[in-house]
Design a protein around this ligand. Structure first.
Ligand code: SF4
Length: 363
């Protein structure tokens, strides 16, 4: 059973730190994109009914109008069957485009989980980030989702932002924990080339961010949201099944601009250029690939380790891991970065913030 990821590359405005495939879209562009998505979904009749989870991400999927959402869902149900029959169906939203009507529509369509972007609880920081929604918009959208009956909500939060203090982050956590989400994703700011932050010379502050991160992680765990992956915290039983499938090297199909797939040992991603994606499908062709590669042998095992070590539970230490990567594991054990217990290897909890140094060993 696989996961299905669907990318909606439209947002009201581009955030200053964002390097995802997303941009504001005109109504015409959105219409053509939805047609292209339906055409791409129809390319996989053999996968029909073989999905366990759905994740509609972006971009901002909630930027679609109610009519556009209905069309999108009906095209996707051709592949997944009724969303209600899936183990999990997640939808990403931003507060500026999520009202009571849309919350009810999502609930009626069988979406079981919504992920809502907060990032920070200070309007001054949100403005610096270029976010459209302010704190009160988040509180209103969160309440609308609860009102519509959603019992599984995630919120995204950021730390290491320019000018953000530990006190600011503490306030953001207080607001969030007061609302009681089932899941929180916490990210430290990364400044990528091509973003407005990069152009403005904003610098990452890894040490300050790591300190804030650890303090926030402690507060989340104290509130019963347990860290189960480097950046993700959940109440027991509310972990994201769709994302767990990625970290367990399960198969998934990605539809849309820049969407990645992993099927039958092949990893590929669609072009990140929406116009190229749409025009290929309008002409009856498969969308151009950004990359395409077959993972075999040591490379496949290395990737399984890298993905699995993202989970705080780590991975089972199987024979192939031990044989192929013994030297690397010895080095990491000696450096105190990983530990082995109960036949599993995992990154030490106090070393999760340097996980990239661990992953480099398995590339
Ligand atoms: S809302 Fe999300 S995807 Fe859209 S521009 Fe902002 S960070 Fe990027």
């Amino acid at each position: 059973m696989r996961g299905l990821y669907v990318h909606i590359p439209f947002c009201r405005a581009k955030c200053a730190y964002c390097d995802f495939a997303s941009a504001p879209g005109t109504p015409m562009e959105i219409e053509s994109y939805l047609e292209a998505l339906a055409a791409e979904a129809a390319l996989y009749p053999e996968l029909k009914g073989g999905f366990r989870t759905l994740y509609v991400g972006g971009g901002t999927p909630s930027a679609l109008s109610p009519g556009q959402l209905r069309r999108l869902f009906s095209a996707l149900e051709g592949l997944t069957g009724p969303f209600r029959d899936l183990a999990e169906a997640t939808f990403e939203a931003n507060p500026e485009s999520l009202d009571a009507e849309k919350a009810a529509l999502l609930q009626g369509a069988g979406i079981s989980r919504v992920s809502l972007g907060l990032q920070a609880a200070q309007d001054s920081l949100l403005k610096k980030l270029g976010r459209v929604a302010m704190k009160d918009d988040f509180v209103r959208a969160f309440a609308a989702l609860r009102e519509a009956g959603f019992a599984d909500l995630n919120a995204d939060l950021m730390c290491g932002l320019p000018g953000q203090t530990g006190r600011d982050l503490g306030e953001s956590l207080d607001l969030l924990l007061g609302l009681g989400p089932e899941h929180v994703s916490l990210y430290a700011l990364e400044v990528h080339e091509g973003t407005a932050f990069y152009a403005a010379g904003v610098k990452e502050e890894p040490e300050a961010a790591a300190g804030m991160y650890e303090a926030a992680a402690g507060a989340l765990e104290k509130a019963g949201l347990l860290r189960y992956e480097i950046s993700n915290f959940a109440r027991p039983g509310r972990e994201s099944l769709h994302n767990l499938n990625y970290w367990e090297q399960g198969e998934y199909l990605g539809l849309g601009t820049a969407a990645a797939s992993y099927l039958r040992g092949e990893r590929r991603a669609n072009t990140p250029v929406t116009d190229d994606y749409v025009s290929a499908l309008a002409a009856g062709r498969t969308p151009p690939a950004q990359y395409r590669e077959r993972l075999e042998g040591r490379a496949r095992t290395g990737e399984r380790i890298m993905l699995g070590l993202r989970k705080t539970a780590g991975i089972e230490l199987t024979d192939d891991i031990f044989i192929e990567f013994k030297a690397e594991l010895d080095r990491l054990l000696k450096a105190g970065l990983v530990e082995i217990a109960g036949g599993r290897v995992r990154i030490r909890k106090d070393r999760l913030y340097v996980s990239n140094a661990v992953f480099r060993e398995f590339v």
